[in-house]
Design a protein around this ligand. Structure first.
Ligand code: FAD
Length: 397
């Protein structure tokens, strides 16, 4: 249900119906009804002449008994029956948080015919899996997944929910948080437990990445946050472990889904699957012009690597934004990261500093990237990259 309610003073004038951008308000038996399609945007609150619509969340938090909320949940993101790495990473971190809090760890698995994935979730550390299956979950759908996760939270009341800061996680997390009347710390780069309060301490860059802010959620439950992929290491899996599967019936009705998926166009090839890549070759402004990026692509191709870019290269239109690495791009953690013609600004480092090995190529020996590089080559990218391509080709045979 939405985070608003109709109070007695409603005159059923209908102003809210025409103001709702989501068609979520209807008239039934001469009464206003706010349906599941409500996104809590607040447009109806602004237009109601009688002040009859309020945010349910404000009332909820005052009355909330926080002791009823227990357990750490990880939202399991699966695509076509494969669990994304970030969900395993969060299960590892969730296990650590749950143990510190003395609580259980559960995975939230939503999809069509996905039960077989539960054993992987237990192997990564979960005690329980809440499983919701149905054809409506075949592909990620904002409406179906929002309704389902909201229903699970309202029924089972977790204390903490971790989600990947992926496209889907960034879509789903804030919507669900708004519906259940809590906050969400987005794009976290570290998690801990605040010693004084026992609350989750969510850490994320703030003020342009110049400081790290640690955020607590003292007044609302659940405590929610999205965490960037590759921030935490994927845990070793133990397939001898098992746990409890709690099957939950889907509450989604066909009319709740406002978008129809006509088809899926694969725009991302292996070259832009940065978050899962073992090797990444990234180019920056030092590549000087867009045509020179073919060298980055060629080197990536020889190494079976993904292609990254600095924001300067993306802003110049040399690569699409889905290749951007950094604070406002993707967080990556490959085994090897090549930084070619990239200065090493703090916002770029925020996205790649957890790489195992960094190899930097820059003509300026004082470029900050060399401070984080394991191997540095001072030289012109137009000479060094072709030489590397030639040598790697020889090794490959
Ligand atoms: P430059 O800083 O211009 O560096 C180019 C480098 O190439 C220089 O070191 C130069 O010596 C070298 N060079 C030049 N020619 C050659 C050559 N022929 N051979 C070898 N080396 C050469 N940036 C990101 O990357 N990702 C982000 O997500 C991001 N988010 C941001 C968010 C905010 C809020 C802000 C304010 C900034 C953000 N930035 C981000 C921008 C960041 O501050 C830098 O401006 C950007 O990273 C610089 O990109 P660059 O290293 O490619 O370019």
């Amino acid at each position: 249900m939405a985070v608003k309610e109709i109070k007695d003073q409603c005159t059923a004038c209908g102003a809210c119906i025409s103001s709702c951008p989501f068609g979520a308000i209807i008239m039934a038996d001469n009464k206003i009804v706010i349906t599941e399609a409500c996104t809590a945007c607040g447009a109806c609150i602004d237009v109601c002449p009688a002040g009859a619509i309020i945010r349910e969340a404000e009332e909820k938090s005052a009355a909330m008994d926080k002791s009823l909320y227990k357990g750490v949940w990880v939202y399991i993101e699966q695509v076509a029956g494969h669990i994304r790495n970030v969900s395993h990473e969060l299960l590892g971190e969730g296990r650590r948080l749950a143990d510190t809090m003395g609580q259980e760890l559960a995975g939230i698995l939503i999809g069509e015919n996905v039960e077989s994935l539960a054993k992987e979730i237990f192997a990564s550390g979960a005690d329980k899996v809440y499983l919701v299956e149905g054809p409506e979950f075949n592909h990620y759908s904002t409406d179906a997944y929002t309704i389902t996760l909201t229903h699970l939270i309202e029924t089972y009341r977790p204390s903490v929910i971790l989600m990947g800061a992926t496209n889907d996680g960034r879509d789903l997390g804030p919507r669900v948080a708004c519906r259940v009347g809590t906050g969400l710390t987005a794009d976290c780069t570290n998690l801990g437990i605040d010693e004084e309060t026992g609350l989750v301490a969510w850490t994320r860059p703030a003020f342009g990445g110049n400081i790290m802010a640690t955020i607590l959620c003292p007044d609302h439950r659940p405590q929610m946050g999205t965490v960037r992929p590759k921030v935490f290491k994927r845990p070793e899996q133990d397939f001898s472990k098992s746990g409890e599967i709690i099957r939950v019936q889907s509450k989604v009705r066909p009319e709740d889904i406002r978008t129809k998926l006509l088809g899926v166009i694969q725009s991302c090839t292996a070259a832009c699957n940065l978050e899962e890549a073992e090797i990444i070759v990234s180019g920056g402004r030092g590549m000087c012009k867009p045509e020179n990026f073919t060298l980055i692509e060629e080197l990536a191709n020889v190494l079976g690597a993904a292609v990254g870019a600095s924001r300067a290269a993306v802003d110049a239109g040399w690569k699409p934004a889905l290749h951007q690495v950094g604070q406002t791009g993707k967080t990556v953690g490959p085994k090897i990261y090549f930084a070619c013609g990239i200065s090493g600004a703090i916002q770029h480092l925020a996205g790649m500093s957890s790489s195992d090995i960094v190899i930097a190529i820059n003509k300026d020996a004082d470029a900050p990237i060399f401070k984080v590089a394991d191997y540095g080559i001072v030289g012109d990218v137009m000479e060094v990259i072709p030489a590397l391509i030639t040598e790697f080709k020889k090794i490959k045979g």
